[in-house]
Design a protein around this ligand. Sequence first.
Ligand code: ADP
Length: 172
Amino acid sequence: MPERIEIVTGDITRLAVDAIVNAASSSLLGGGGVDGAIHRAAGPELLAECRTLNGCPTGEARLTKGYRLPARHVIHTVGPVWHGGKQGEPELLRSCYRNCFAIARQQGFSSVAFPAISTGVYRYPLLEACRIAVEEARAALAENPKLKKVYFVAFSDEAQRAYQDAFQEVRS
Ligand code: ADP
């Protein structure tokens, strides 16, 4: 595994990084899963800032502060809902990662942590989603020397295995 990419287990809201990524819904007004956890941990000021953003289309990303989180910022991105893979889902998921890395680059962030975007309620197959995540992280790291660390947060044993398998594939 390249040392600038690390798989970690547990709760993304505990990470003290420049930005954690939120797998948000397009309203940016909160929801379940990782989105709910981030809003609970950040406090109501996060929702207040999100309200000013007027939503976010699928595949795009928006930046807010981190408020009560140990992370300084939150990058909210809206992943695609999985409908079988022939409705642009891979391109949209890739676009989520690219837009998050573009914000990280513009802001000069050195550490960013991602949940497995779209793999919960949105049902994107875990291994396929992890492949895209790993490919885009490697591309971003190659062109952004300021970015020192990308964390992939595995919230289950299955997710951890999927990230590890995706790494093996990308490296071989
Ligand atoms: P989506 O709607 O994009 O599928 P979900 O929040 O339902 O978003 O799930 C995205 C991924 O985040 C899932 O793999 C889920 O297991 C994981 N997840 C849920 N809560 C947390 C958390 N607190 N920290 C990290 N990952 C989480």
